[in-house]
Design a protein around this ligand. Structure first.
Ligand code: HMG
Length: 389
């Protein structure tokens, strides 16, 4: 197979965050449980004007800066924060970005695995059409509810990736192993905007899926952990990925363990502050690693994508020469640093101000408008978005 992979990446999150120590104190929990036991420092807070569409469009705009749109055939958006049961969120994104009409726009759903499914669809597509490109986006607002065990693992954001046969960042290998088993670990019935979760079970099945796939991957490829410079995980919270990494490290020598542990920390840096962004979370870990630490071209990186319900895939990629010039570490860090800290009262107010699930008009609070795109409100049962001039 010819080389295909990621040519460019973009990221977006909201303009607000909640500090996990503030949340712990209000919930009567030892802050160490959230910051050490779970491993989260902050979480991005989404006002109703920032949803899966506006965040996806912002991440795509970030990825496409300075890029030609020539050859862009598809926008594939992995999300489980759908804003419509029928229309793909990618259609709104296309319009907000002003992309030409000669394009396909589709939404892909399978919990946090959606963007990975989109990625492999895109890779297959560009491997047969050398001059074409696909924009893959993972975008979500993770909501569990006020005062729930999952609350500390909420977050909001999006990662966009331009996929082509000129992969300037990473070429993705055709060595995937994958699996699907129906599991009641985490799900969201249509009548609620918050996820339902069997927390402990979800952690157990995540590690089980990883162990099975890692074993199968080694059998298929003959590779071992020593062949990899880093392991990247879907990170609902930092400790979760570390639990899976421990499955790899238990058979490894000190040097390999130290290398993979250090790289894991770098990969978790953005996620610790942004929180779970569901579909985009694995790719946020990639961005965090590549922007946080210089690595040698040719380095092999392993990826573990997990989506509740449950489906998982393990695959690998190779870092390209000159990859760093395709990234924007200072811009992305600035996005995170410049968010405004909200206190728990303001967070609770924002969390409860969610567009109604009944047919009435709704206006988003203008006070919280931020970012290049936003939901303005709902009029005559239609979502109204706007972009900066
Ligand atoms: P919990 O039950 O409140 O927490 O919820 P816990 O009692 O299990 O404690 C968590 C950790 O903190 C434990 O460490 C404690 O020991 C430690 P561990 O034993 O796991 O290593 N701890 C402390 N550490 C330091 N100082 C202290 C202290 N106290 C306790 N004082 C849970 C935790 C993750 C279950 C909850 O937050 C939750 O339900 N989250 C949402 C579900 C989730 O993220 N699951 C992950 C796997 S599923 C997945 O990744 C898919 C997903 O992204 C969805 C999708 O695919 O769409 C979620």
């Amino acid at each position: 197979m010819s080389e295909v992979g990621i040519e460019k990446m973009g990221f977006a999150t909201t303009g607000l965050y909640l500090d996990m120590e503030d949340l712990a104190r209000r919930r009567g929990v030892d802050p160490d449980k959230y910051t050490i036991g779970i491993g989260q420092k902050e979480q991005s807070v989404a006002p109703s004007s920032q949803d899966a569409v506006s965040l996806a469009a912002a991440a795509a705009k970030d990825a496409l800066q300075g890029e030609s749109l020539e050859g862009l055939d598809m926008v594939l958006l992995g999300t489980e924060s759908a804003v419509d049961a029928s229309r793909a969120a990618a259609v709104y994104v296309k319009e907000l970005l002003g992309l030409p009409d000669e394009i396909r726009c589709v939404e892909v759903k399978q919990a946090c695995y959606g963007a990975t499914a989109a990625l492999f669809w895109a890779l297959d597509y560009v491997s047969r059409r050398k001059d074409r490109k696909v924009l893959v986006i993972g975008s979500d607002v993770a909501r569990y509810g006020l005062n729930t065990a999952g609350e500390v693992t909420q977050g909001a954001g999006a990662v966009a990736m331009l996929i082509s046969s000129n992969p300037k960042i990473l070429s993705i290998e055709g060595d995937s192993v994958f699996m699907t088993v129906e599991a009641a670990d985490f799900w969201r019935p249509p009548y609620t905007n918050c996820a339902l979760v069997n927390g402990r079970y979800s952690m157990q099945i995540y590690v089980e899926f990883f162990s099975k796939l890692w074993k199968r991957y080694r059998q298929n490829t003959g590779k071992s952990a020593k062949d990899f410079e880093a392991f990247l995980f879907h990170l609902p919270f930092a400790k979760m990925g570390f639990k899976a990494l421990k499955e790899v490290l238990k058979d490894e020598d000190e040097e390999t363990s130290a290398r993979l542990s250090k790289r894991f920390e770098t990969s978790a840096a953005y996620g610790r502050r942004v929180g779970n962004i569901y579909s985009g979370s694995l790719y946020l870990a990639l961005l965090s690693l590549l922007e946080g630490e210089a690595m040698d071209p040719g380095s092999k990186i392993a990826f573990f994508s997990y989506g509740s319900g449950a489906e998982a895939e393990l695959f690998s990629a190779t870092l390209k020469e000159g990859y760093f010039s395709q990234l924007s570490p200072s811009r992305h860090l600035k996005m995170i640093e410049e968010r405004r800290r909200v206190d728990v009262d303001e967070y609770e107010h924002l969390f409860s101000d969610f567009p109604p699930s009944s047919p009435q008009d709704y206006a988003c609070d203008k006070k919280y408008f931020s970012g290049p795109f936003r939901l303005v409100g709902i009029k005559n049962q239609q979502r109204v978005y706007e972009a900066d001039e």
